[in-house]
Design a protein around this ligand. Structure first.
Ligand SMILES: Nc1ncnc2c1ncn2[C@@H]1O[C@H](COP(=O)(O)OP(=O)(O)OP(=O)(O)O)[C@@H](O)[C@H]1O
Length: 375
């Protein structure tokens, strides 16, 4: 599978742009602010969620100076697959309060999750450099995205969980009315069910990811020993079955009601799980590493994930924003070789073409400038 074309309309800094792709690695080079990350963001929207910047649909619409609201936007991609050509599109048709993302596959409106049947974008961005020293919730979101690239049902599980969590806290924090006990029980049953499934998915994905990292001991990237801290994941790791995790969560939610209501937020449940990482060679928590070390650690994790997806039936597309600029030469060469070896369609950005000199003749170079995209 590879992306063979990408058409972007009124998205961020792009008016109407089209890129025809040869299927191999793509280097996007150009000055600061020219639209390189915007292009990666467009590709990252070809998977469920809010893309690599976590932005709202309204933020992403093109805004000319003086325009208060972004324009309706669209991204259309053509994929070459063993079963023939597939067209995937996403965008919003109206802006304002009614702005809603739409996904189309071969012209038919589809659930966003269906995009995962055709491609699985995985990305590394400069924001992830401090992943292990950032807020726990961001780290979990990052990890959950890795999980759902491997287990597509995980996206819906997490989204159901979060919806029920929001409804439950609304009920518990309502000072005017006592929560309807039947409704509260029903919500907590949904939460426990989705929470137990999420924990099991995470533990399975973590194990596979760790195996992937361990298999890469010969690469010049630091290795992480990963862990998940949370009672549901702990039970899953200890071999508990889904029903036991579900009942532990159910009891926990009931016990947490008064405290959650008073705090106005949910203090119990697998949304509070943390992803931990130890820098193996240094035997220190990843959070204590330099930003360069953290970056290399996260990149190795992303590469392990992508390599694993590439060996399965999933179709990874790797998006690397400014990654090569922060790597030393040995790591940069190893990164390029790996991308080529895995036959990955990787999109890489950098301000200078020179950074990618080793890829001349092996990748498609696209100059990104305020005037547009030039092959
Ligand atoms: N909704 C929008 N409408 C119009 N322009 C936008 C919108 N959102 C962002 N931009 C513009 O996009 C540009 C940033 O693009 P982008 O982040 O892709 O740059 P870049 O090439 O990755 O730069 P750098 O090398 O600095 O990371 C900025 O000039 C910004 O004003």
């Amino acid at each position: 599978m590879s992306l063979t074309s990408l058409a972007i309309t009124d998205f961020r800094s792009y008016g109407a742009s089209r890129l025809d792709l040869s299927g191999g690695p793509v280097v996007l080079y150009g000055p600061n602010g020219s639209g390189k990350t915007n292009l990666l963001e467009a590709i990252s929207l070809l998977t469920p969620g809010k893309g690599l910047r976590g932005a709202t649909a309204a933020e992403m619409g093109r805004r000319e100076p003086g325009e208060a609201m972004g324009r309706p936007w669209g991204i259309a991609a053509t994929l070459a697959t063993p079963d023939g050509e597939i067209k995937i599109g996403t965008g919003v048709q109206t802006m304002g309060a009614a702005a809603r993302r739409i996904v189309r596959i071969d012209g038919e409106t589809a659930q966003p999750g269906r995009m995962l049947e055709h491609l699985r974008p995985v990305w590394a961005t400069p924001e992830q450099d401090r992943l292990f020293s950032d807020a726990r919730a961001d780290r979990l979101k990052f990890f959950d995205r890795l999980v759902f690239a491997a287990h597509p049902d995980h996206a819906a599980v997490v989204s159901n969980y979060e919806k029920a969590l929001r409804e439950r806290i609304r009920l518990l924090s309502d000072e005017e009315r006592r929560p309807d006990p039947v409704w509260l029980d029903a919500l907590e049953a949904r939460l426990s069910e989705a929470g137990a499934r999420a924990a099991l998915n995470r533990v399975t994905a973590l194990k596979a990811l760790q195996d992937g990292i361990n298999a890469r001991a010969d690469r010049p990237f630091p290795q992480a020993d990963l862990g998940l801290e949370g009672p549901a994941e702990q039970m899953a790791q200890d071999g508990a079955d889904e029903a036991d995790i579900l009942s532990m969560l159910g009891e926990g939610f009931v016990r947490a009601r008064a405290r959650d209501g008073a705090a106005g937020r949910s203090l119990f449940g697998p949304h509070r799980t943390d992803l931990t990482a130890l820098h193996r060679e240094k035997n220190r928590p990843a959070a204590e590493g330099s930003s360069g070390e953290q970056k290399a650690l996260v990149l190795n994790l992303i590469l392990a994930q992508t390599a694993r997806l590439a060996q399965s039936t999933a179709q990874p597309v790797l998006l690397l924003d400014e990654a090569p600029a922060h790597l030393d030469e040995a790591r940069r060469a190893a990164l390029f070789d790996e991308i080529e070896m895995l036959g990955l369609q990787a999109f890489m950005t950098g301000t200078e073409r020179d950074l990618f000199a080793a890829l001349e003749g092996r990748a498609q170079f696209v100059s990104v400038s305020p005037l547009g995209l030039t092959l």
